[in-house]
Design a protein around this ligand. Sequence first.
Ligand code: OAK
Length: 818
Amino acid sequence: MTEITAPKSAVTAEQFADEIREQLKYTQGVTVEQAKPADVYVAASAAVRRHLVDSWMKTQADMVNGNTKAVGYLSAEFLMGKQLENALLNAGLTDQFDKAVEALGFDAQEVIDAEYEPGLGNGGLGRLAACFIDSLASLGVPAFGYGIQYKYGIFKQEFDENGKQIETPDYWLANEEPWGHIDYNRDQKVSFGGEVVEENGKKVWKPAWSVRAVPVDYMVPGYASGRVNTLRLWTAKSYDEFDLLTFNKSEYLDAVKPQVEAENISKILYPEDSTPQGKALRLEQQYFFVSASIHDAIRVFYPGQDKPDLTTFPDKINFQLNDTHPVIGIPELMRVLMDEYGYDWDTAWTITNKTFNYTCHTLLPEALEVWPSKLIGELLPRHLEIIEKINDQFEAELKAKGVAEETIKDMAIYTGDSVRMAYLATYGGSHVNGVAELHSQLLKDVTLKNFSDVYPDKFTNVTNGVTPRRFIKLANPRLSDLITEGLGTDKWLSDLELLKGLIPLADDDEFVKKFAAVKQANKVDFSNFAKRKYGFDIDPNTMINTMVKRLHEYKRQALKILSVIADYADIKSGKVSADDIMPRTIVFGAKAAPGYYLAKQTIQLINNVVRVINNDPDVKGKLNVYFPWNYNIELAMNLIPATDLDEQISQAGKEASGTGNMKFALNGALTVGTLDGANVEIRERVGAENFFLFGMTEPEVSALYAKGYDTKGLSREYYEKDPQLKAAIDMVADGTFSDGDKDTYKDLVNDWLNKDYFMTLADFRAYMDIQAQIEETYRDPMKWSRMAVLNVANSGYFSSDRSIEDYLERIWHTGPLK
Ligand code: OAK
């Protein structure tokens, strides 16, 4: 007997159909006959939302009245993905929904597909935030996600006829959006600019302008917890009354200018992932959502109190800073406590220090935000003063601890010219964590070494995780059913370590065959999806080999495409017969930051390799490459379950963690990867024999830098010595992928041969060798599938539930609502 513990609402399919009908009629004003799938989507969403309201209200009441500390997850990005199917799952209404919409004459999948995916994040950091709020709710921990409801999310990616990336605006709110509830009565005022004056010996900030921050609330239903938390995304509105004077002079556009400008703050998500642009509007965004959130938390936890005792604030809520983007919250809380509530500096500092914690998500020095003091001074003059004072206090503290003068200078939060947000976060909060073991170690040893020397106890690790609800249950229903059958229970969805129970089944031929059949069926599904959405003809009987992530040099999409070109060159030159090749379909997915030149060149190259190879009869059916545009959560949910081999090939010491790697392992793909980020821990858990490891280690990378790899042009030696590598690069340079034009990729080629900072060329040989081993393994389907089963069975650790439990224990010191 299989034990089923998944939530199931008592509502019947008939009742649910009535609720949808009612919504259609009374709210949307359409009959069932007139309704389109998009109407039914809106109606069903509203209906599910109603089923969640009681739990939502009870969760809020328990949070405020109870004595369990809450978590405020402050993040500039929440990359949520589509809401309806997730809400149905957690509300226990999936079956009823399927039957109800069918009874109404609609196709359930079409209704689900009608939702427009909100893209309010760039990549890993934003998706992690979404996984974390899912897990917080599922564990019953009271929490707020706090962020921005951007009007335009991450750009839509298209490719032009030359294979270049084109960015178009993602106006995701163009149609009715049934999930966000705008609450005009819980607004907050956020001010900017102006000056600081002294009044009666007190500093008083006289801002020049203000915007109205209005919360848009999204319910975050937990899985099987009965709890529903809140994701509160702020939208900017103007306070300025319509300027009648200007209007009367018939200058209509000038009359609405203040409104338009205020509303700019939440207009667009910055599309740079790990490479911040020091733009004023970005700082405005950061301050906007953080200031509104801090005031909101005070309103929520001290309702109706004019003089709340804010010394208890850190017992009510802890704020987690999701990278440096919300770090302006530290001086903001100081300001609020001192200027708005009259606390002295020391009391304010103690409260602030206990309230904040900081998670770093990068190892790239350029990703650590540094703001020009001038900009902060202009936009937030009072905050700049406070930052200076924090810095003075910090220096005095370091001096008292006997830290050397030089080191103190290196550690400055405020340098005079600029403010280092990572340093402010490290000093201003109680804990600092990296997102995988290796990353946390490198933070201590390199990036924040001085800080960890002085404050060793602040530093800890919390390895990332992903939510099994979205990335296994919803994305891969076949595998979910097989797991439940294999384990005899579906409890694994809220306790992912139970997957360990599958380990013995790796030796059970029957089970392994079923597992292989699931993968095969998923590949067929993906092939159909890709045909429908992109017009691709993907052969599901080939190995599906995937590399999906943001395009960044350190992630080394270049290494993958060079290896494809090398294989192609071998066939074209007759060195290898196409018949000896193991048929493979390589799928890329990647967006490049619009201003990132080499990343965009790489996209263009991949697209043109696709064009040339897929049209060459010599390799037809053997080597195929596809690059579906606009990689997003929906594509991820279709592609990951169909993937045989996943690429995690970043230069060691550069990928903080990675979370795609976890999703693939949990869906039974094998990984080819370097010892980087969470790959290290994945390999440890799934077993070295079930992971295709290659490439230099982080210490080897450091040693090669020390030899001058990038500064002395050492990459050229690798090119000269390796004929296969040489052939591949020459093919790029000679115009094979640019209709004979030798200039198209010259900057890319130049970079490879003269700098190659991320050591693509140095790792090329090891990469080609491991690919040969991969092919050999894949030719033995039972062996491959057994390895894949063991990947699933041993990846339970990578649930975001476990990550949240680690945060609870190591950082937040709180737990579920009682
Ligand atoms: C984005 C902006 C600034 C700094 C870091 C990022 C970011 O997305 N980092 C990514 O975070 C993920 C979640 O922790 C990690 O898995 C990725 O390795 C990391 O690149």
